[in-house]
Design a protein around this ligand. Structure first.
Ligand code: DOR
Ligand code: ZN
Length: 433
């Protein structure tokens, strides 16, 4: 192999573990970080990349992505999803099993791992279904799926309504040392609803989904986690009541973690006005007090992770009447920018906290190694320029562009990504193929 030395010059390096938060040069020799220091001397054989004014942070990890493969490759494939992830600063993603057929057996787990390795752009770690066909009735082959490489279990898109099934799921997953990732929704309360229940749903005449549909299931699952000791990870927390429940459970020492998504700290249900189907998501966008509570939960450590819940949908499906359109919005290429725009730039979160929420804690939730920027470690890092960009249909690698953030001005463009020592995004262009 040719000797390759890349010098990242004058970036602001932030690393959570090694506690760097300074302007530093980083030398990457054949994929390994061999030096981090000030004003490094340039040698003849160095490829120098000027990253002055930009931030250099550990590579991000998204534990909640929908890749639509198998079944709806028109919406997303492993390749398009991997490219979107890379452009969003993620080098590892977990894909959800609500595909067609659903990922509820070891063969399909192997299919995902083998197929996605062919592209070799980002690491795709599959989440297996909790129940067979995601029907909520019978537990899927959790042990076999773990042996094949599943890193957690979820029926995401649907809750596990039967408490007895959920109890067993937490018991088995607990024995396997893997998290149960819940889509917390009491269907008895939410059925037929298409947006948050409240003033806006009333004036639009759309049936609502109350916050209690989420909070009551979280409350049940916290009890079941206490009972079984299993690791409960609550997906896409959207409202104040849920944050309060998790905060209390953590104080009690319950084995619970949770995530929120950028849309829950960026928007309220007012985004649905005009019957905007791109703002239709499940759980739905809530109110101002919920946005505030989510932000508080992120700041005080109640919420462990910011995940994208990247949910691509076809334009012809989203261009339907509001009640016929599917739930979901894309997020891989927007999550980092939204977090910077809404939380870091206004001074609500610092970079260290962003790294914790988007890189360190996601890895911990699914028991994967934490990436750090330190001498002697493999280069797994991202260079972000805090400049403005305007998202539009053409700006996405994702095959879909269903998002309420289209044509919005955002801050934060990913310029370079190193993944497992390889420079895969170079000056904004994907170099792996
Ligand atoms: O909005 C959503 N979209 N929520 C889910 O739980 C599922 C997801 C999807 O798969 O489209
Ligand atoms: Zn989801």
């Amino acid at each position: 192999m040719k000797d390759r030395k890349i010098l990242l010059k004058k970036g602001h390096v932030v690393s959570f573990l090694s506690k760097i938060d300074k302007k530093r040069d980083i030398l990457i020799s054949n994929g390994e970080i061999t030096d981090i220091s000030e004003n490094m001397k340039i040698k003849e054989d160095y490829e120098v990349i000027d990253v002055s004014g930009k931030f250099v942070i550990p590579a991000l990890f998204d534990i909640h992505t929908h890749l639509r493969t198998p079944g709806r490759e028109d919406k997303e494939t492993f390749l398009s999803g991997a490219k979107a992830a890379l452009k969003g600063g993620f080098t590892r993603i977990c894909c959800m099993p609500n595909t067609d057929p659903p990922i509820d057996n070891a063969g399909l787990i192997r299919f995902i791992i083998e197929q996605s390795k062919k592209d070799d752009i980002v690491d795709i770690l599959p989440i297996g279904a909790i129940t067979k066909k995601r029907e909520g009735k019978e537990l899927a082959e959790m042990y076999d799926m773990k042996l094949s490489g599943a890193v957690g279990f979820s029926d995401d898109g649907f809750p596990v309504m039967n408490s007895g099934v959920m109890r067993r799921a937490l018991e088995y997953a607990g024995m396997l040392g893997l998290p149960i990732i819940t889509h917390s929704e009491d269907m008895g309360l939410s059925k037929g609803g298409h947006m948050n229940e409240g003033y806006i749903s009333t004036i639009l005449g759309i049936k609502g989904i109350p916050k209690e549909a989420e909070a009551s299931m979280i409350s049940r699952d916290i009890e079941l986690s206490k009972m079984t000791g299993g690791h409960l990870h609550i997906a896409h927390v959207s409202c104040k009541e849920s944050v309060d429940l998790v905060r209390e459970a953590k104080k009690e020492g319950v084995n619970v973690t949770c995530e929120t998504c950028p849309h829950y700290f960026s928007l309220t249900d007012e985004a649905v006005l005009g019957f905007n189907t791109n703002a239709k998501v499940n759980p739905p966008l809530r109110n101002k007090e919920d946005v505030e509570a989510i932000i508080e939960g992120l700041c005080d450590g109640t919420i462990d992770v910011i995940a994208s819940d990247h949910a691509p949908h076809a334009i012809q499906e989203k261009e339907m009447e509001f009640d016929k359109a599917p739930f979901g919005m894309i997020g891989l290429e927007l999550s980092l920018s939204l977090t910077i725009t809404k939380l870091v730039k206004p001074g609500i979160l610092n970079w260290g906290k962003l790294i914790q929420l988007m890189s360190v804690n996601p890895a911990k939730v699914v028991n994967q190694p934490v990436y750090d920027i330190s001498k002697g470690s493999q280069a797994n890092l991202v260079v972000v320029d805090i400049k403005e960009w305007i998202s539009n249909k053409e700006s996405f690698y994702s095959l879909s562009y269903n998002t309420p953030f289209l044509n919005k001005s955002l801050l934060g463009v990913v310029d370079y990504v190193f993944s497992k020592g390889r420079l895969l995004l170079n000056n904004g262009e994907i170099t792996a193929e």
